[in-house]
Design a protein around this ligand. Structure first.
Ligand code: IMP
Length: 204
């Protein structure tokens, strides 16, 4: 049995739980132990200066890997890309309605920009990057396509979930259970690619 320790470089407990659930299924030849930044008493905040989800995820994983010598480190960056808005809000998804951005204000701003817009296509994107000792090893992208509707539907999830309609299930992401969302989400798809890559990593 091979053993691998991974640092999940986020302070977001929800993301940690989600990542744990997905990476738990690495099969009987590989056992993965997950550590969080809190476990290692790392309080430093990485900056996000990139121009893409990939650049930001890479920057964060490289940054935090320097705090945890000899430990594979993963970081993620995610957001919503709307076709009719040339990819907005993109890497600015969390702070779209700055100053004082909230999920609700972000949705308001997006719906306002899409008023009278017939093209409602949008993609949720997650980039996950893996680094070791300050060097980027590999990044993975996960995407899920949907449509922006003009009324909120559903109570679960977060961010833009209430207006992100997923045609195959005829529901918004906020109308899905956590398990249903985690089976199809952009974050799941990126992490699943990482999970399949893990057995190739040299043991350290
Ligand atoms: P971050 O990667 O945690 O900075 O997330 C960026 C922002 O993208 C979040 O604050 C949300 O606004 C949006 N976002 C990312 N993933 C999701 C999702 O699964 N549902 C809804 N919004 C999301």
């Amino acid at each position: 049995m091979r053993e691998l320790t991974l640092l999940i470089a986020t302070f977001n407990q929800g993301k940690i739980r989600e990542i744990q659930r997905i990476l738990a299924h690495t099969g009987d030849r590989l056992r993965v132990t997950l550590l969080s930044l809190a476990d290692l008493n790392i309080a430093a905040e990485a900056s996000e200066t990139g121009n893409s989800f990939l650049e930001n995820a890479a920057e964060k994983s490289v940054y935090y890997s320097k705090f945890a010598p000899n430990t594979y480190t993963i970081a993620e960056d995610s957001g919503l890309s709307v076709t009719a808005l040339n990819g907005e809000p993109g890497i600015y998804s969390a702070r779209y309605s700055d100053p004082g951005a909230t999920d609700d204000k972000n949705i308001e701003k997006l719906l306002h920009k899409l008023e009278n817009q017939a093209d409602r296509r949008a993609t949720f994107v997650t980039a996950v990057s893996l680094s070791l000792d300050g060097r980027l090893i590999k990044s993975f992208i996960g995407e899920v396509e949907g449509e922006i509707i003009d009324q909120r539907r559903g109570e679960s999830g977060f961010g833009y979930d209430p207006i992100f309609y997923y045609p195959p299930l005829q529901k918004t992401f906020a109308q899905l259970t956590t398990d249903q969302k985690n089976a199809i989400s952009h974050r799941y798809r990126a992490l699943e690619k990482l999970r399949q890559f893990l057995p190739q990593l040299p043991v350290i």
